[in-house]
Design a protein around this ligand. Structure first.
Ligand code: NI
Length: 408
């Protein structure tokens, strides 16, 4: 052995013969069996079967759907308990979309499609679990592999998003670093995208009901027209995003639904608007909320209306940790993979953010091509070429993270 000063002492790893084909077969099966949020029963059973067939332990979490697998390293018998703990997460739910991909392995569940590629994500996480189980003797510490339900759910207080449900089991309380995986059609297979810093948008909803006083359209002075307040508000909130937030930060305020009135000659007593505010930096959420509230209060008074203002904080933005992003990037490069940073957050939502509120980590996007097939659309499917590479990247990054955490 020649001496070398490599920052990551864990040896470079390869995948077994036939591993890519094995994962492709799994991905096709999961593509054929898409299930909606919190109803991923068949999917969960299949994952459980594949893992237990390979001697991988599944934690008793009480989850109805989804599961957490645990792989304990056996390199050093003197490590007490679980040692350091790293988690890897893939999501497993599908969308209510009628498939139009033309694939020979199209959905067998009418009206449902893995339109966001969670079939791909879960297969990558599954591959990482299988590799880590094979490599037990090569690392110390514990990797928990999360197969998360209900990433796509429209979260309410009674039905939280899947990440919140999994975290609430306590099974991840000891996790020190989290890695998430998601396919992207903005890159071709073979390209991996890791963005240090903000990576997705916080998803906040607003809903405003304005109360005026109904009257005849020809005599508006006899009442209070709430549409006047509504119009001023729709315009005014754009200036919050434009003027009150750091211009270099991604953010958008979008009104998606307005309603008022019943006839051309009647002034309605009420008006309604709702929409969403998306922000990449946590501090901007507060700025936009507070200015929004002030504008609603001020305009309501100015135009003689009253307003009910509801603001619902949804999932926060994914903010990738600088250290672990660099760490995953250098691991990918050591494996000979191509890694890019898009350098800017997308303002879509992603509930992986809840894990990163507990412990730092990073979200890894894997290119799956098909850029002409929009994600969440009926024609989308991921190209499967990089499944083994992605699984190896996740497994190797987790192994090296344990070494880094343990300082051995
Ligand atoms: Ni998704």
């Amino acid at each position: 052995m020649t001496a070398r000063t490599h920052p990551h002492p864990a040896p470079l790893t390869t995948v077994p013969q036939g591993f890519q084909e094995e994962l492709e077969a799994h991905a096709r099966w999961f593509h054929q069996h898409p299930e909606p949020s919190y109803r991923e029963f068949v999917t969960t059973e299949r994952i459980r079967q594949i893992l237990t067939d390979r001697g991988i332990e599944i934690l008793d979490t009480g989850l109805q759907t989804g599961l957490v697998a645990r792989i304990r390293g056996e390199a050093d018998a003197t490590v007490p308990g679980e040692g350091h703990v790293v988690a890897v997460r893939g999501d497993i739910d599908a969308l209510p979309i009628v498939e139009q991909t033309g694939l020979p392995y199209a959905s067998l569940n009418d009206g449902y499609l893995h339109g966001c590629g969670h079939d791909y994500n879960l297969t990558t996480a599954l591959g990482a679990a299988l590799l880590l189980a094979d490599r037990r003797k090569a690392f110390s510490g514990t990797v928990k592999v999360i197969f998360q339900p209900a990433e796509e759910v429209a979260a309410t207080e009674e039905t939280p998003t899947g990440a919140v449900t999994v975290l609430s089991t306590g099974a991840l309380d000891d996790v020190e670093t989290f890695y998430g995986v998601h396919d992207t059609n903005a890159a071709e297979p073979g390209v991996f995208v890791i963005n240090p810093g903000p990576d997705s948008g916080a998803v906040d909803k607003f809903r405003i009901t304005l109360h005026g006083r109904g009257t005849h359209a020809a005599h508006p002075n006899g009442g209070v027209n709430p549409i006047r307040t509504l119009a001023a508000l729709v315009d005014g909130i754009q200036s919050i995003a434009g003027q009150d937030v750091d211009p270099t930060h991604p953010r958008v305020v979008t009104v998606t639904h307005v309603e008022s009135g019943t006839a051309w000659n009647v002034i309605s007593p009420t008006a309604f608007l709702e929409g969403t505010a998306r922000t990449a930096f946590p501090e901007d959420r507060v700025i936009i909320h507070d200015r929004f509230q002030a504008l609603v209060d001020g305009l309501a008074v100015a135009y003689g209306t009253t307003a009910d203002f509801e603001w619902e904080y949804g999932s926060p933005s994914v903010v990738n940790d600088a250290h672990w992003s660099t760490f995953a990037t250098s691991t990918a490069k050591d494996l000979g993979l191509t890694v890019v940073s898009q350098g800017q957050a997308s303002l879509g939502g992603e509930d992986f953010s809840y894990y990163l509120q507990q412990a730092p980590g990073t979200f890894i996007h894997i290119g799956v091509g098909n850029g002409d097939r929009p994600m969440h659309g009926p024609t989308f499917f991921p190209k499967l070429d990089a499944l083994a590479e992605g699984a190896n990247l996740l497994a190797t990054t987790a192994q090296r993270t344990l070494a880094e955490l343990g300082g051995n």
